[in-house]
Design a protein around this ligand. Structure first.
Ligand SMILES: Nc1ncnc2c1ncn2[C@@H]1O[C@H](COP(=O)(O)OP(=O)(O)O)[C@@H](O)[C@H]1O
Ligand SMILES: [Mg+2]
Length: 334
């Protein structure tokens, strides 16, 4: 399978007046056609900043300070802004958590879908309209023709999210970046959106970078998982392997923080301690204050980098601790 996205040593900070917030610290991963990579971690761990940096749309005072990003072999950071905009518009679909905020409130749904189509495809207004209707129907939105004439405020959150998805997918992107796409939706709507994403991957081979803090979504959707802590990937593994042998104490902590007996709430709950201050990151492993396994090696060494412990499984930890389930985790790959 072809590589769609490769991120190498991506480093970004927010150069805020109070200090430099080190949001993304040397993140590397790759994503192939037909694959879903989940990016998980507590709030503030740098997931959104990673996505925005990849797309070259990190807002001020954020700045990409290093690293490279390749989209199907093309070096995105070496492109002119103009070219980057074109490539991004055509080859990358984006959906964010808050669809109402991402849609333009002053334009009808139809205008917004058609604009995307017309901006990138040489088609007439009429064909764009036709295609827009089809796209909305594909998202199982009721009465798509009528919907084209409606404004975002007239739609429910779930409908907005499906409209966003229709827009994101209008051009059959090679890559979809979905940042918490189902976080605000109820379980039924969430299942619907996730099914669309699965179909998309199966039918068109779209690669999906899926940001989520729901381990159930990870289990259901992801082929690989990258666990982020303090702006770095601390564990990077095939989903199966991660769920069987979580090998970073932080990942283990995330699983421990899941409820055990009912599987209705699979969100990450805070584990003990708090994430480090990204304005004052230590040289050593930033997880030490919350770690139950930290040793002098950890305290005296620079922060560990990812090392492969078995094929398809890497971890950034000096300890070679195997964590064992005394009770099956409720969330498993379906
Ligand atoms: N505009 C900003 N100015 C300063 N710091 C920011 C800004 N936006 C995000 N951050 C900080 O960057 C870090 C990473 O944030 P983010 O990528 O949004 O985390 P996540 O998506 O994992 O919840 C956080 O510490 C956050 O406070
Ligand atoms: Mg976020």
């Amino acid at each position: 399978m072809r590589e769609v996205l490769r991120v190498e040593d991506l480093t970004s900070s927010f150069l805020a007046p109070q200090g430099v917030v080190k949001a993304v610290n040397g993140v590397s991963f790759s994503l192939r056609e037909n694959q879903v990579l989940a990016l998980v971690g507590e709030s503030g761990s740098g997931k959104t900043a990673t996505a925005l940096s990849i797309l070259g749309i990190l807002p001020y005072p954020g700045k990409v300070l290093g690293g490279r990003v390749f989209l199907r072999g093309k070096d995105l950071f070496a492109m002119s802004d103009e070219k980057l905009r074109r490539v991004r518009g055509k080859e990358v679909g984006i959906i964010f958590q808050d669809p109402q905020a991402s849609l333009n409130p002053t334009l009808t749904v139809g205008t917004q879908v058609e604009e995307v189509l017309q901006a990138h495809l040489a088609i007439s207004r009429r064909d764009a309209q036709e295609r827009a209707t089809e796209m909305l129907a594909q998202m199982e939105l009721p009465d798509p023709r009528r919907l084209l004439g409606m404004y975002p405020f007239q739609l429910s959150g779930g409908m907005c999210q499906r409209v966003m998805l229709a827009i994101a997918l209008a051009l059959r992107p090679n890559l979809l970046i979905a940042d918490e796409p189902t976080s605000n939706l109820d379980v039924t709507l969430q299942a619907g959106i996730l099914n669309h994403l699965k179909r998309l991957k199966q039918e068109y081979g779209t690669a999906i970078l899926l940001i989520t803090h729901d381990m159930g979504v990870v289990a259901q959707m992801a082929d690989q998982v990258a666990v982020m802590y303090a702006g770095s990937i601390v564990e990077y593994a095939d989903t199966r392997s991660l769920f069987r042998h979580p090998s970073h104490p932080y990942t283990w902590g995330l699983f421990q923080a899941l409820p055990r007996l009912d599987n209705t709430d699979r969100r990450l709950r805070p584990m003990r301690g708090t994430p480090p201050d990204l304005m004052n990151l230590p040289k050593e492993c930033p997880f030490i204050p919350r770690c139950l396994k930290a040793t002098n090696v950890c305290r005296l060494s620079p922060s560990p980098t990812l090392r492969t412990i078995e094929p398809g499984h890497a971890v950034a930890c000096f300890n070679e601790v195997r964590y064992h389930w005394d009770q099956e985790p409720v969330v498993r790959r379906s």
